[in-house]
Design a binder for this molecule. Sequence first.
Ligand code: 5AD
Ligand code: SF4
Length: 467
Amino acid sequence: MKPPRKLHIKSYGCQMNVYDAQRMVDTLAGEGFVETVHADDADLVILNTCHIREKASEKVYSELGRLRAAKEDAARDGREMKIAVAGCVAQAEGEEIIRRAPVVDVVVGPQSYHHLPQLLRRAQHGGRAIETEFPADDKFGFLPQPRPDAIRARGISAFVTVQEGCDKFCTFCVVPYTRGTEASRPAEKIVDDVKRLADNGVREITLIGQNVNAYHGEGLDGRSCTLGRLLHRLAEVPGIARLRYSTSHPNDVDETLIAAHRDLPALMPFVHLPVQSGSDRILAAMNRKHTVRDYRNVIDRFRAVRQDIAFSSDFIVGFPGETEEDFSATLALVTQIGYAGAYSFKYSPRPGTPAAEMRETVSAADMDERLARLQELIDSQQSAFNKAAVGATVDVLFERAARNAGQIVGRTAYLQPAHVMAQLDIVGQILPVRIESLERYSLLGELAPSPHAHVSRSVPSQISIGA
Ligand code: 5AD
Ligand code: SF4
């Protein structure tokens, strides 16, 4: 029998890439590949890349430089190491990668992962293979299901892609070009995936998509189904205790999604809802298609049905034409909303996007200074949010043994890591924890006596940051 070939995947960027990496592992398992954590001893290394900002793209080429040395070492030992570039840089710069990096054997765009085995065969014996088309066949129909042992090894929390791509065309963003226009999977397929995950011990599902709440897949009744309705259906799957979804656009928050937050205890009261800027002028230049007021109204609709709901967001500073006044409006919006956390980025021009043509660029010094001020404000909100948990008893879904011996780590409804001293058999359970202290971003606590420790549904937690 041939020994298994070793596969190493390095993923950059968003959750979609983490999910895609797992699907590539599942696809290549059928070809006799097993995963290894080391690139050096791998027979195949896949870089699953991100193109969202310039820094993310550049990492690919520096990593390829390192891999060239590893490939040469392998060749000296008489081993062949293949190198593939997948993900959004592959999609956007396929031909250029082939030209710039002779070390690369295969380039594969995000819509073609189900063709990886054929591409690898084409790249045998020194050939090179590239596929960055949007193929007519739907990759989801062809990607194999994960094996039960692979699901178990990945733990109790899983991502499931429900839609891909985006039709919004924000002027700064490459996603509509790299991931294509919006496409949703049929609800039945998603329910089947979730049942299979639940049967193998998964307790928490995060539905993912570049614009997840634009989901409109074919429903079980043959009609178009919204994200809210899909969540209602998934909440009925036995074993699923927590549901989440990411990333949402404010304009696609419909009444069924609000109703899902009102009606489903399993749907976690923590929503990532990027706004990008607090200035109407900049929002218009970004083609976000909503105003600050529209965004605040959306937040209010969530809060009206679920008082303990918390939000995170994404912000871009230094978008072309952003003045000090525009930036102050962003700070004011952050102050008004009160976030549990947020990501903030310096604007990075992406080739091919409309904003990359805009002339009124903001100086690097101004960008640095604004980013620092925004991050300081967000950090202070995040610390206040985390501190508010100290002294409270909150539900924690336990995930795994922590680094410190005897400790088990899990997450609260708000994704805060929480550590307790306990036996490993609590992994997979939701238990109330009395939070005693906060260490940087981690909560430390003690298991609280629970009259209903066996209950799988999460009970809404008590923390709220107060507007
Ligand atoms: N420059 C900086 N940040 C960007 N993002 C997307 N495109 C750019 C860009 N060109 C940020 C947005 C988005 C997040 C995933 O990345 O804030 O919500
Ligand atoms: Fe990019 Fe999100 Fe805008 Fe779509 S909605 S173009 S993914 S920033």
